[in-house]
Design a protein around this ligand. Structure first.
Ligand code: TRP
Length: 453
């Protein structure tokens, strides 16, 4: 295993925020968040989501950053160094990264195909929602096209990861994140100015608590973990590349803010457009692939808006596939003593294969069910509803109970110290020791069928 001082680091504070925000911001914000919010009552969901981010997501991100920065190791190696008995968290994280990549590459592939089709403009020319639904279904069930695009995405991810932590991952984030924000702002302003768009804003921002159930709270929790990329060691891995000067608290706060801002902007971009076209907001996962192209089709310059929108999704997806890939690659490289190339190659081959199977499970392999779900849905369900909340719970318990108070304090307040006098530290300790584990455990049990609420 390489010594920590020979490990790569990110350039500095701003790079750390950009790279970690790149890992956090993804399809989860722009594709998943709007439809999950739409299915769960809009504004009320948004409110619960923000509470989850603040009281569960942020402390957990700080916890993951502390583990990574303290050890300078991958998700498994970090626990080997701190306490081997807890290594299971790391293994579960690496496994979850593989499983998430399995379905994520598929959706990422769809965005790439849609971007190319918007550009060549045959997509947007179709006008009715029915035709768009048909096009989308024909594409995702096609025997090889979606597999081809998912593989293309895996190859792009591979290329950037093999270029290295600094030359590949950091450089890519520095180019892509500013572009992502620019496109998102342009698109959301454009969308809010559409006639009738205000209705969409109202739906997105006005809470209706009659639609809220315990399961929507768990959905909000799962969504917040998924969106922040926490619960499986991605942030442990990224924080292992922080320089000593990088502040864990500030980075976590900035990344959380940026990630939530992107989800909000995605809502501000999508709901006004949906309402302006008079379409039902609870359209499920197909919201951005069927509903939005229909809307673009009826707009002046529809091809342009559509191309920018799908390019935005491609960028968001790519920075996230990179973070998931790196979680696995860093593990293989350091724990199996492989070269970076060999480690990345293993990760790419395996996840591209899983991606291909997940993609085919929507088409030719549709008969093939796991607990009634297609492989694609099973991967999404198991990771977002079980593995992420469970991983998050264990990381909290580890940092709250196993790690000594002074050790965390020295991570959080390095190099000045003085944590004992700060109220923020007491709040953090309370959240990771009591609040987060209890809330997560209750919701988790409820989700497994123990009806508590
Ligand atoms: N957060 C990313 C998104 O919103 C997805 C993602 C990347 C992720 N790395 C992760 C989710 C690690 C959970 C854990 O699209």
């Amino acid at each position: 295993m390489k010594e920590s001082q020979h490990r790569a680091t990110f350039g500095g504070r701003i790079s750390a925020v950009l790279v970690a925000a790149g890992g956090a911001v993804g399809l989860g914000n722009i594709w998943r968040f709007p439809y999950v919010a739409g299915d769960n009552g809009g504004g009320a969901f948004l409110l619960i989501y923000i509470l989850c981010i603040l009281f569960l997501g942020l402390p957990l991100m700080i916890a993951e950053f502390s583990i990574g920065k303290a050890t300078h190791r991958n998700a498994v190696g970090a626990f080997h160094l701190l306490d081997r008995r807890w290594s299971g968290i790391g293994y579960m994280g690496v496994l979850s990264s593989v499983l998430i990549l399995g379905f994520y590459l598929v959706v990422a592939g769809w965005t790439a195909e849609y971007m190319i089709h918007s550009f060549t403009s045959d997509l947007v020319r179709q006008t009715s929602a029915e035709v768009h639904r048909h096009t989308f279904e024909a594409f995702i069930t096609h025997p090889w096209k979606p597999v081809f695009y998912a593989t293309l995405f895996a190859a792009a991810t591979h290329l950037i990861v093999t270029l290295g932590v600094k030359e590949g991952i950091e450089r890519a984030a520095k180019v892509m994140m500013p572009l992502l924000f620019l496109f998102l702002i342009v698109l959301s302003v454009h969308s809010m100015l559409l006639p009738g768009g205000i209705e969409g804003l109202r739906f997105f921002l006005t809470p209706d608590f009659s639609k809220v159930t315990a399961s929507s709270v768990l959905t909000a929790l799962g969504q917040s973990f998924f969106s922040l990329s926490i619960g499986l060691g991605t942030m442990i891995t990224y924080a292992s590349y922080f320089t000593p000067e990088t502040s864990i608290r500030h980075t976590a706060l900035h990344v959380t803010l940026l990630d939530t801002l992107v989800a909000l902007l995605a809502g501000l971009m999508i709901f006004p457009a949906v309402f302006s076209a008079g379409i039902e907001p609870a359209a499920g996962p197909s919201l951005v692939f069927i509903t939005l192209p229909t809307i673009f089709g009826s707009m002046p310059l529809g091809e342009l808006w559509s191309t920018i929108f799908f390019l935005l999704l491609v960028i968001a997806a790519l920075t996230s596939t990179i973070s998931l890939h790196e979680t696995v690659t860093a593990y293989l490289q350091e724990e199996w003593a492989l070269s970076r190339f060999a480690a990345a190659r293993c990760t790419t081959l395996f996840t591209a294969l899983l991606g291909a199977l997940a993609s085919l499970s929507l088409g030719v392999l549709q008969e093939w069910r796991i607990g009634g779900l297609t492989l694609f849905d099973a991967l999404d369900f198991v990771t977002a509803n079980i593995l992420l909340p469970l991983g998050g719970l264990l990381i909290c318990v580890f940092v709250g109970w196993r790690w000594k108070r002074d050790e965390i304090a020295s991570q959080l307040y390095a190099p000045t110290g003085g944590a004992h006098r700060r109220p923020g530290f007491s709040i953090f300790r309370f959240l990771v020791r009591y609040f987060c584990p209890v809330v997560m455990l209750l919701l988790f049990l409820d989700n497994l069928g123990w009806k508590l609420f």
